[in-house]
Design a protein around this ligand. Structure first.
Ligand code: PLP
Length: 441
């Protein structure tokens, strides 16, 4: 069965009677006029649809818990929607903890991840009642134990491990060890457990946590990951008499940025995962653990688009035609950071205009600020609105103020209504943290 992460565009995207592109019943040319550009647009129906896919696909395994990886997009409104859909949250900083807390999320359904959590962040996590902490390294075991003692609380933890699976979009390798900054190597788990059971009375281990990569198109990697986690659970029980009943397999499921991408359906992933769980539970003779999954990109990417206004253009003699838009690497750093590819359409009605192959350039002062290389679109003119698809994940959350440009606004659309969920920064916001020391005045 198809799932929403397999679509290039939001489910509600279509051309309306005026010939303009619309999403969530809102004409994108009108949205651009009303709110200005660049503008992030999130389609609520698409977001809720992928949540429904995940819930339905995994309903065959009773002890399943969905967590949303906040790093892909962390705003109060989207967090509130995801909480309504029954999701917990994977967070990686005080800022993400605070955002979901202020959004009214049930903090017992929050897991705090990260390879270098600070004392202050761990303190905040305990103060606000974060449900699980994924302990990443030996340094953190001691640090967290100290924080737990100062709160006189027992802290519920998972151990983050590197299972030796490395995946890229189209291939993966399994090794004994992985050169990764995250988590305990398989050969270090026993020392970590020994340390916690022997010395850290305030830490209670519930299970193991791993994350094997992002924009994954394979299903077998997940069944292998489950096999490794369950084998470790059985081994730790035998060696330490430690009963672990949770496994968290991270996120990573891919999305369709361009026609070349063919991500698997959430339903196929769920089948593979549940089959692997059942087989491995039987093989290693353990009780069924609770399964936690923490997807980010596959939940929020397809629901998001970014609108830009076309400005200048340049035809290089005997070379490319560049068309510049009013955003770029500061609102979407992915193309310049790792050559990510995107698909776009002109939102305005274009009656039988000739097609041209152009390169969409950003407005920032870097030659590498190119949003899309060589895309074929109807001829573009200054003032046209360009809609770039699949920008819901790792766009706003990675945005910067490079060139002192204000971060873009975000609106949520549904049933022909649009609401601002992140307002545009002002010029005063940009200088609000600047200080001129007295001696310079
Ligand atoms: C620990 C962990 N969980 C979940 C995710 C979310 O991954 P994705 O957005 O690919 O689903 C990440 C992404 O880096 C991660 O590091």
């Amino acid at each position: 069965m198809e799932s929403t992460n397999q679509f290039l565009k939001p489910l509600t995207a279509k051309r309306n009677d005026a010939g303009n592109l619309e999403i969530g019943g809102c004409d994108l040319v009108e949205l651009a006029e009303k709110y200005g550009t660049p503008l992030y647009v999130i389609d609520e129906q698409t977001l809720r649809s992928i949540c429904a896919d995940y819930k339905k696909a995994f309903s065959k395994y009773q002890k399943v818990n969905m967590m949303f990886a906040s790093k892909s997009l962390c705003t109060m409104a989207t967090s509130a929607i995801l909480a309504q859909e029954g999701f917990g949250f994977d967070v990686v900083s005080a800022g993400e903890i605070y955002t979901v807390y202020k959004a009214g999320v049930d903090m017992s359904k929050v897991l705090f991840n990260g390879n270098n959590k600070s004392y202050e962040e761990l303190n905040l996590a305990l103060e606000l009642g974060v449900g699980r902490i994924s302990v990443d390294n030996f340094f953190e075991i001691d640090l967290l134990n100290e924080v737990a003692k100062s709160h006189d609380k027992t802290v519920d933890i998972l151990l983050r491990i590197t299972p030796g699976i490395e995946c890229h979009t189209h291939e993966y390798i399994q090794t004994g060890h992985l050169d990764s900054k995250f988590g305990f190597d398989l050969t270090q788990i026993d020392d970590a457990v020994d340390l916690i059971l022997g010395r850290c009375k305030k830490l209670k281990i519930h299970g193991l946590h791993a994350h094997i990569g992002s924009q994954i198109f394979e299903t077998k990697v997940y069944s292998d990951e489950i096999g490794i986690l369950i084998k470790e659970i059985a081994r730790l029980d035998e060696k330490f008499n430690l009963k672990l009943n949770e496994i968290n397999i991270g996120g990573g499921l891919g999305v369709k940025y361009t026609d070349e991408d063919c991500p698997p359906s959430v339903y196929d992933i769920a089948d593979v995962l549940v089959e692997s769980l059942e087989n491995n539970i039987e093989k290693f003779g353990i009780d069924s653990p609770a399964l936690f999954i923490e997807p980010g990109r596959s939940i929020i990417s397809t629901a998001g688009v970014t609108l830009y206004t076309v400005g200048s253009s340049k035809q290089v003699p005997k070379g490319k035609k560049y068309v510049a838009v009013d955003g770029g690497m500061a609102d979407n750093p992915r193309p310049s950071m790792y050559q990510a590819k995107y698909f776009a359409e002109v939102a305005n009605f274009k009656e039988d205009l000739p097609l041209q192959t152009v390169t969409i350039a950003g407005r920032f002062c870097e030659s590498g600020d190119i949003l899309i290389k060589d895309i074929t679109l109807p001829e573009l003119f200054e003032g046209n609105i360009l809609c770039v698809f699949n920008t819901g994940a790792y766009n706003y959350s990675m945005a910067s103020n490079y060139n002192r440009v204000q971060k873009s606004q975000m609106v949520l659309v549904n049933n022909s209504k649009s609401d601002i969920i992140v307002s545009r920064e002002t010029l005063d916001d940009l200088i609000s943290h600047d200080v001129i020391p007295d001696r310079l005045k």
